[in-house]
Design a protein around this ligand. Sequence first.
Ligand code: GDP
Ligand code: MG
Length: 198
Amino acid sequence: MKIKDVQFSGSSTRVGGRPSPKLPEFAFIGRSNVGKSSLINMLCQRKGLAKTSQTPGKTRLVNHFAVNGKWYLVDLPGYGYAKASDRERKEISAVIEDYILNSDDLVLLFVLVDARHELGRTDRDFMVRLAQAEVPFSIIFTKADKLGPVALQRQIEAAGRVLSEQWEELPVMIASSSETGQGRGEILSYIDNILKTL
Ligand SMILES: Nc1nc2c(ncn2[C@@H]2O[C@H](COP(=O)(O)OP(=O)(O)O)[C@@H](O)[C@H]2O)c(=O)[nH]1
Ligand SMILES: [Mg+2]
């Protein structure tokens, strides 16, 4: 897929506040600092599209970007931000939950995890909740450039082993780097192929 045009379409905290027109949505989520904003900028080849922030947990809104006028790339708030207050954390969870449970146009959710770390409890719990809500998801391993190819492969296999304890079928797993552009083609053709089936 060639990205010809990306338009910021709006921010919302509840599904009712989403922009129109309705289009198929591909959403991105992960723990704060996982590299979500960088990945979105890399995919769209627009620096500063999704603000990359040194201050984790700053983005509390659901941000819609219309891509080629055909689908929305949806930037969800980060979860599991340790320094947030209880109240902030509850509000962020409510925003995420509302979107995930109520967005009729959500086609696929990309759950981002840092390629360097083991799959943590927060990520696994989140994936279980997705399954309960019947939300299809795939995993993107971010910051792949920080590992060599062998270590990267090992991390992906380890994640697969952890997930097989709970899942019969493994989700699609893609490695990416916002530094090198690794994974860009794979993620975009994956989205493209799904769009063709809709
Ligand atoms: N080496 C490397 N650093 C990255 C990559 N993606 C993000 N980062 C760095 O990780 C930090 C958090 O990135 P950001 O995109 O703001 O994360 P977000 O909080 O998930 O949106 C920033 O300092 C980025 O420069 C990557 O693919 N490779
Ligand atoms: Mg961010």
